[in-house]
Design a protein around this ligand. Structure first.
Ligand code: PLP
Length: 300
């Protein structure tokens, strides 16, 4: 499967910018989460598993993607959700509500228990409670996910000098690095603060033509500012490309800022990956409204 590269028309610069619309890959399984799940679902089937179990937070694109993919491919799905307080608020949370509509069963846990998500004893307890399952880690990143993300770039993408993407757990950028050409530079824009990311990416990649640009996380995961919201709304008005506030909005803000600052050499060809995540806008807008802040407006 290939997605289209859409040109973004820029003024007062000689770099060229294209956006790969992975957000349009599948109507319900968003962008990179589709890529990350592809080989994991095949593996679950080959192991005759009937249930997928995974982990995520309140607005997780990954949780909703697993719920939708499970529904589509005939798996039961279980989501271990961070935050006991969300238990009685499913109907106020568009992400969890949609996941539940796709049939996902939730287990809400406190933050300290959630931190045990890779601990074999905790996994054993979950097996006792729910029976046998295929485990997909938080954010969906594992070897098979990276393999799926190695299919994002195509032959015609060889012409680009820079490949840019948003980074959460590092699985997507790892796949991009592995399938990039040596002359290409892959730039990751982390959506959160964290020193662990470089090490995590090194576990999956065999090349060194990449870097992380850590100046555009806007104070941390799922944190937003008015400046970011204004940027997302204006970007949509100008280019008709919707961006999400957690990942792609921050990455694109960073790319445009770097273009303004002449970070990229003259005539560079830049490809940014739209990894999706647009389902998160509704939930973010509810929070912004509660706080009386500017909301995201990327709908016609
Ligand atoms: C999950 C996600 C990412 C981050 O992907 P990783 O593989 O975890 O780094 C980026 N963009 C969007 C829209 C996502 O949903």
């Amino acid at each position: 499967m290939e997605s289209i590269n859409q040109k973004i028309h820029l003024e007062n610069t000689n770099v060229s910018l294209y956006i790969k619309r992975e957000d349009l890959l599948h109507p319900r399984i968003s962008g990179n989460k589709f890529r990350k799940l592809k080989y994991n679902l095949a593996q679950a089937k080959s192991e005759s598993k009937q249930t997928l179990l995974t982990f995520g937070g309140a607005f997780s694109n990954h949780i909703l993607a697993v719920a939708a993919a499970g529904k589509e491919q005939g798996f039961k799905t279980i989501g271990i959700i961070r935050g006991e307080e969300l238990q009685d608020k499913i109907s106020e949370n568009p992400t969890l509500q949609k996941a539940q509509d796709f049939g996902m069963v939730f287990e809400f846990v406190g933050r300290s228990i959630y931190r045990e998500k890779s601990n074999p004893e905790f996994i054993q307890q979950l097996t006792e409670k729910f029976g046998d399952f295929y485990l997909i880690p938080e954010g969906g990143t594992n070897d098979l996910a990276v393999k799926g993300c190695e299919e994002i770039l195509t032959k015609t993408d060889k012409k680009f000098d820079y490949i840019c993407c948003a980074v959460g757990t590092g699985g997507t950028i790892s796949g991009l690095i592995n399938c990039s050409k040596n002359g290409q530079q892959v730039l990751g824009f982390p959506a959160l603060k964290g020193d662990f990311l470089r090490e995590d990416i090194c576990k999956f990649v065999r090349k060194s033509n990449w870097n992380l640009i850590e100046d555009y996380h806007f104070a941390g995961y799922a944190k937003v500012s008015d400046e970011l919201i204004v940027f997302i709304n204006e970007f949509y008005q100008k280019h008709k490309v919707p961006l999400d506030p957690i990942y792609t909005g921050k990455m694109m803000f960073g790319v445009m800022d770097l273009i303004d600052k002449n970070y990229f050499p003259e005539n560079s060809k830049i490809l940014v990956i739209h990894t999706g995540g647009l389902q998160g806008i509704a939930g973010m807008n509810i929070l912004l409204k509660q706080k009386n802040q500017l909301q995201i407006n990327v709908y016609d």
